[in-house]
Each structure stands twice: as C-alpha cells, then as structure tokens.
Design a binder for this molecule. Sequence first.
Ligand SMILES: *Cc1c(COP(=O)(O)O)cnc(C)c1O
Length: 446
Amino acid sequence: MLDRELFDRLPEAFEELERGFDSLPPFDAGVPGAGRMGEVLRELAERLGDNYPYFHPLYAGQMMKPPHPLARMAYTLATWINPNNHALDGGRASSRMEKEAVAGIAAMFGWTTHLGHLTSGGTMANLEALWVAGRLLPGKRIVASSQAHYTHHRITGVLQLPFAEVACDARGRMDPNALEDLLRRGNVGCVVATAGATAIGAVDPLPEILELRRRYGFRLHVDAAYGGYFTLAGNLAPETRAAYDLVGEADSLVIDPHKHGLQPYGCGTVLFRDPAVGTLYKHESPYTYFSSHELHLGEISLECSRPGAAAAALWATQRLLPLTRDGEFAKGLEACRRAALHLYGKLRDDAGWLTAFEPQLDIVVWAPAGTTTTAVSRRSQEIFERAAANGLHLAVAHLPAAFFAGTHPQLRVEQERMACLRSVLMKPEHEGWIDAIWDLLQKSSR
Ligand SMILES: *Cc1c(COP(=O)(O)O)cnc(C)c1O
C-alpha cells in the first residue's frame, strides 16, 4: 500500500550523484551509533503507525495529500548533499532549481517576470507578502475575508499592521459590498483575496474585487496557498474560472506546493509581480557568502537557511509533471473536483443530509439533517466518530449556520456556528472511492 518506488530507483541515482564528486580522495565518514540504527528505525516505524492513514483514499478529512514518489526520492537524494538555499555557496545547483521551479509556478499565472522564492510554508509566504505590503503602505489596513486563513490576522499582529475582516456571502466568498463599505471608510492598504479558502474551498470574486481596485486603489494579495494549482484544471465552473483567470492581476501571490503540489511539508511559495520589491529586503550580513555577483535567494527572503532539498523535490516533480493545462498533473486536479461534485450530488439528493453550496474546488462541507443547529452539531460529531470507527476518516468544521440557512430555511439557528462534516478530496484516487465513502457514511449515520 505504501509506495516503494524509492527502494528500486534510488540506488542508481545515488551512484550518479557520487560520480559528481569522483575527483575527491576517498574517505569514510564516521557514523555514530551505526550499529543501533536498524533498531531505532524499527521503533520509529512502529510509532509512526499511530497516525491516520493519510495516504489512503478512505482518509477523506483534512488537507493531507501524499507527496509524489519522485518528490520523496528527490528530497531524500538531496539530503546527502544537504544544500542550503540561503546562498549560492550553500547550494549552487539547488538554488538554480528553486529559481526554475518558482518561475514555473509564476508562469501558471502568466507572469514572465517576478520576484519569488520557496518558503517553509504558506504562513511564512503570506507573512512575507504582508510584510512587503506594510513596508510599501505603512500604517494602512490589511483586510481579509472571514473565511480567509486565520493566520492573516495573527501575521498582521506580528507585523503590527492594522487589520479588518470583510464579511462573506452565503457561499463563503468575500462580499464585494462589504469590501466597498470598508474601502469607503478609507485607509485600506492591502486586500487579501483567497483563491481556495481552507475550510470550504471558496474562491473570492476577483472580477468584482479588481473593479473595486480600479476605483479605490489598493494592493491586492492573493492567498492561493491551497487552491492555486486549480488554475490548471479544465473543469471549473465559469464563475470560478473567471476568478482564476484574474489571479495574475495580483501584486503578490502565495501558493503551497506542499498542499496540492505533491511535495512533502516544508514547501510554500511567495511571488511578487514587481521584482523591484527586492530592494526592501536589503541587508548586510557579515556571514553571508559573497562568492558570486548574482542575486542569491538569501537576499530576497526573510528566512535565512532553507532546505535545498525542498527545491530539488519540487524541481524534479515539475520536470516529470509540467504545470500545463493539458498535462497529467492538471488531470489529477480535475479528478479531485469530479470526486467532490459526485459526493456533493449524492448528499444534496438525500434527505438525510444538509448541503450548503456546490464545491468550487474539491472540498465538500455538509451536515446531518436536524431541526436545530445544536442537534446538527451533536450529530456531526457523532457521525465523525462513528465513521472513523468504520474506517472512514472525515473532518469536523465549525461553519456559519448561515451557509445552510438559504437551502434549509426550516433549520432553527441557535448558534451562529454549527459543527459540520468536511472532506478535502485532494487525492485523484478519491474519484474511484466515492461510492465506498458514501456507503461507509450512510452506515455511520444510522
Ligand atoms: C494552508 C493555508 C495557509 C497556511 O499555510 P501553511 O503552509 O499551513 O503554513 C494559508 N492560507 C491558506 C488559504 C491555506 O489553505
């Protein structure tokens, strides 16, 4: 069940890697504790078994997706060198790979020039984008929707920038009227639009937001940490497609290869449309390795040491599966969305469940039927636990009851938020497992 490609293919690559250092006099690196390594590894494997089965299609809960086998191999191979993409002296080859891989991501949005780099994840990438916004527009407010990732508010606290929340519509997308109210009141420096909200996969209406930018003027940051790659999918609803077609109009952009990009954790990306923001990073470090006149990645990043292995893994994955609209990678995303639509359709047509809206991407949220939000919340939690006992792993999300009020006017709203069930169907294999998931779900609700 666990992929074992690594064991077959790594030895040959390893020989090739070693050939690159043929001219060195041989030496043996001492390995402290070598005799006990097998024992500790076995203990580790046993302990790691105490996890949800993220790799299996019956894990259909949180945002967890197994890395591609090639990404695992590339990352592992690179750790024999352990390049540090802080500077060219830390990782010449992997720094080049980082620039190539990041340029590939920028090209998905039509950017031929940009400034950007990999980060440890979406939070760090968003922090960097908002740090730039704050430097360019000091004292101005950062605004994000109530479905934006919770870290935006926290990041603005770290950066000591004023923050305001924008209300969402009944489908969890930023409400342009609420945004305009805020803009009229003034002092908005940067609007954070989300392309693929973490809880529900909603995509903020970029056509309307850009219209407001023309009238009011603000910096636009698009947080596409989760949903960015969906720009390659050929089966988005027209309204979602229209939003994705405008992502390139953003001033900055965040996308997480460790979410939908088949990478192990530790891989986010921040991109700026105007490379001139690089001057904001200017620093003088007495220890920085200046053996080159080329601008190195450490000069355009808030983080210092960064894993070159992450760049190697991303670069290799993109070589294998280019980020094109007609490629295999895009087909995987399309399968995820079909899986979500299939499950959504079954839920919508069954009186035992409440649904709120059709998924824009591959995240489905729903709840067991009930007369009050209190009763629905309790049932959601029960079914979540019973499903897990039956081998189906879902997630619980606490969502505004208003999402369900339009489609289910008889629901009595006792609390603003209601516990619901949530499935992030981010593995292409989910498509073939929806019937099995449905059967287990029905069994768990009886
Ligand atoms: C996951 C996510 C983040 C945070 O990214 P991490 O990689 O978990 O740090 C930010 N924004 C959105 C929309 C996300 O989905």
